[in-house]
Design a protein around this ligand. Structure first.
Ligand SMILES: NC(=O)NC(NC(N)=O)C(=O)[O-]
Ligand SMILES: [Zn+2]
Ligand SMILES: [Zn+2]
Length: 442
């Protein structure tokens, strides 16, 4: 996949002796060792006692806050200027001669419950290593380089994804936290205050619309790159996504004395709805996907007909109009199922992210970089949501993927080998170099 055989001008770990970019082989070895080491380090925050528990870093919890603080300290140690904004996004800057022109890279360190060590974290580690390397090899850039660790990309704690990136794009306001509560009933505003944010102690989130570019490096979370033997995925676009919470209401009653035909069983209604959702997505056809990831029954006990049931729904499609039409049809179907079972159903929209396309000039630049570096790449769509999805409409945005072993993600089994991690960081560093040092404009 690489031009490993070429002679090297810099050995791993040594400062580059010339202004020429080091050979790919040397850079790959350097980044492979550094990335594996730093990802191990970051995984200690929020790791369960057993490996099968994976990593859980939910927004504003101690594990998340400790990881952000430790990252801040480590980035400051690399000579970067570190700061938080008022929602808890963390920034590390290397000021350029044209200080106000910002080339940003970043991702997130919040995880799903029992997630892996690479989703989001890889983009942060990669950004840190790329900035440290560029600073060491080339000194001050023309444009400011900035790494961002966004708060709550996943929407794992609060029913609100992209809170951090949405705060720099103007979708959300730190001072007017959306009305969202976690599973224990703690509001987003209360959790944010508890963590020290949302009180004006830190600067308001900056306007990403002023950034010259945003680049996100991420694991693929699917199996396309691995199957095709490609090292790098250049993302063309990201699917649209809608997340909903449903509440089905019936009547709780005695499991022994209530004949089947008298019941208004909310859980049975929800079960019928869930199967109907799957069938509707199958009938709509690829690439429609619809997932019910959580189902709860109330009162949730063995000898009571459930009076209430709630479930989540995540729907995705690359075409915004198709997504809209599918969701509309689905709501009609679910209401019909509720009515035919003597139930009612209510729905709330948790998150909505429109499909986006990445910046064409940046994706061309990525193509050129892969060719120059001898890295096999392919263009692809992302079925996962990303902070880049929020950034793309407001500033030139690019995304790069590296392979995920077995296509597994959102699982403790998530894995990318060190060589693949390193290849992504070489590509990221090259693009940041072109934008921040050579002054290329997207
Ligand atoms: N890259 C992700 O895992 N993103 C996830 N999170 C959001 N917010 O989309 C998802 O569900 O696809
Ligand atoms: Zn994720
Ligand atoms: Zn992610």
């Amino acid at each position: 996949m690489t031009n490993e055989g070429k002679p090297e001008v810099a050995a791993a770990g040594e400062p580059a002796p010339t202004k020429e970019p080091p050979e790919t082989g040397a850079l790959l070895r350097r980044f492979a060792a550094e990335a594996a080491h730093m990802l191990d380090w970051l995984a200690q925050f929020g790791s369960g006692a057993n490996a099968d528990e994976g990593v859980t870093r939910l927004l504003y919890t101690p594990a998340w806050q400790q990881a952000q603080d430790a990252l801040a300290e480590r980035l400051a140690g690399c000579g970067l200027a570190v700061s938080y904004d008022d929602v808890g996004n963390l920034y590390a800057r290397l000021d350029g001669a044209r200080e106000r022109e910002v080339v940003a890279t970043g991702s997130h360190i919040d995880t799903v419950v029992r997630g892996g060590r690479y989703d989001g974290a890889y983009g942060i580690v990669a950004g840190a290593l790329a900035l440290a390397y560029l600073k060491e090899a080339y000194g001050q850039p023309e444009r400011t380089l900035q790494l961002v660790s966004f708060a709550e990309e996943e929407g794992s704690r609060f029913p609100l994804a992209f809170w951090g990136s949405g705060s720099v794009t103007g979708r959300y306001q730190a001072r007017h936290a959306p009305d969202a509560a976690d599973a224990d009933g703690v509001s987003l505003a209360a959790a944010m205050h508890e963590a020290g944010f949302g009180q004006g102690r830190y600067a308001a989130p900056p306007a990403a619309a002023d950034w010259s570019a945003f680049v996100e490096l991420h694991i693929e979370q699917g199996s396309v790159l691995e199957r095709e033997g490609a090292a790098i995925g250049i993302v063309q676009g990201i699917v649209g996504q809608r997340r909903f919470g449903f509440e089905v209401s019936g009547e709780a009653n005695h499991a022994g004395t209530t004949p089947m035909s008298y019941r208004r069983d909310a859980l049975c209604g929800a079960a019928e709805m869930i199967v109907a959702i799957r069938d509707a997505a199958l009938a709509y056809g690829d690439p429609t996907v619809a997932t019910v990831g959580r189902l709860e029954a109330s009162p949730g006990t063995v000898n009571v007909v459930p009076g209430r049931a709630s479930f989540t729904l995540d729907v995705r499609h690359p075409d915004g109009a198709a997504l809209e039409a599918f969701c509309g049809e689905l709501m009609t179907t679910l209401e019909r199922i509720a009515a035919s079972n003597g139930l009612t159903v209510s729905v709330s929209l948790w998150t909505e992210a429109a499909p986006v396309r990445m910046n064409g000039r940046l994706t061309e630049a990525l193509d050129r970089i892969c060719r120059t570096r001898g890295l096999v790449c392919r263009h692809m769509y992302s079925g996962a949501g990303h902070d880049s999805q929020l950034l793309a409409p407001v500033c030139p945005t690019a995304m790069v993927f590296v392979p995920s072993r077995g296509g597994i993600s959102h699982s403790p089994a998530e894995y990318t080998n060190a060589e693949d991690l390193a290849a992504g960081i070489v590509v990221l560093a090259d693009l940041l170099y072109a934008l921040a040092y050579k002054g290329e404009t997207p």
